[in-house]
Design a protein around this ligand. Structure first.
Ligand SMILES: C[S@@+](CC[C@H](N)C(=O)[O-])C[C@H]1O[C@@H](n2cnc3c(N)ncnc32)[C@H](O)[C@@H]1O
Length: 267
């Protein structure tokens, strides 16, 4: 199966809704909010700055562009109408925020019109990420900032001991849902070639907390996919998702992934 996030608008509505729920759950987890605060703080934007998130999903990260990064206005560009509708509904009371259907490779924005472009867990899903980087360079003003954060997907795990079967579900989910597994290990070279000056690069550890709401969506999607492909019988997949929930209840669940952020500037 190809990564459904790479062309979400083409997927059936039920899958888009399921992905929207998972994305929203992830956005709202305190540990995820903390990661975004770490790298979106102190970007030193000019007064009245316009920020654009490429791949804005449910819009919660776009909202951070105002509340954390300090932009005056923020716009989210996203190909899935389900996501755009959800973002508009959630942030209807925020006049400084807008969302529209579009493609990060060809946004239709004017050249040199934007102060900050954000890509938060976008590039891992886009075939040809160089085209998105080029579009960011085109729309940014001289001195404009590009902020990128994505998973370092090889570090995703639910493993608590040798041969832990839950870990296979996480690995399978990543295998089926990520196009560019190594994007954050390759992105510095890509930005440099596009003409960006590289700034701060940081690692951010994410440990699933409390009810592990988002990580359970990863486990469930891995299990469902294993059943759909015939690797597991459905009852085995159900037993593994039940195991994950038992672990959460018993405080024995562990879910982890590293994220990496990189700030660059168009000189
Ligand atoms: C993992 S989600 C992240 C959404 C949001 N940034 C967040 O962190 O909650 C990736 C998003 O990128 C969008 N996407 C994929 N390809 C895109 C493209 N070519 N242009 C713009 N967005 C794209 C997907 O539809 C999806 O909503």
């Amino acid at each position: 199966m190809s990564d459904p996030y790479s062309n979400l608008a083409a997927e059936d509505r039920a899958l888009q809704m399921r992905i929207a729920d998972a994305m929203q759950a992830r956005c709202l987890e305190p540990a995820q909010i903390a990661i975004r605060r770490e790298y979106l703080n102190g970007l030193d934007l000019p007064e009245g700055a316009l920020a654009v998130e490429f791949g804005s999903g449910t819009g919660h990260v776009t909202h951070d562009l105002i509340t954390v990064a300090g932009a005056a206005r923020a716009n989210g560009i996203e190909p899935s109408p389900v996501m755009v509708d959800r973002a508009k509904e959630s942030f209807a009371d925020e006049p400084a925020l807008s969302f529209e259907i579009g493609d990060a490779k060809n946004t239709g924005l004017n050249g040199e019109s934007v102060d900050l472009v954000l890509m938060h867990t976008l590039l891992c899903h886009v075939p040809g990420p160089e085209d998105v980087v080029r579009e960011a360079f085109r729309v940014l003003k001289p001195g404009g900032v590009l902020a990128i954060c994505d998973g370092d997907y090889d570090t995703a795990t639910a493993q608590t001991a040798d041969f832990d079967p839950l870990d296979q579900l996480v690995r399978f989910m990543i295998n089926q849902n990520v196009t560019n597994l190594w994007i954050m290990r390759q992105i510095a070279g890509m930005l440099s070639e596009a003409g960006f000056a590289l700034g701060r690069r940081r690692g951010h550890g994410y440990v699933a907390e409390g009810e592990a709401t988002y990580f359970l969506t990863v486990i469930d999607r891995g299990a469902d996919r294993m059943a759909e492909t015939g690797l597991l019988f459905p009852e085995t997949a159900d037993a593994l998702t039940a195991e994950a929930r038992r672990r959460v209840e018993a405080k024995r669940f562990f879910g982890y992934m590293s994220y990496v952020s990189l700030i660059a500037r168009k000189l």
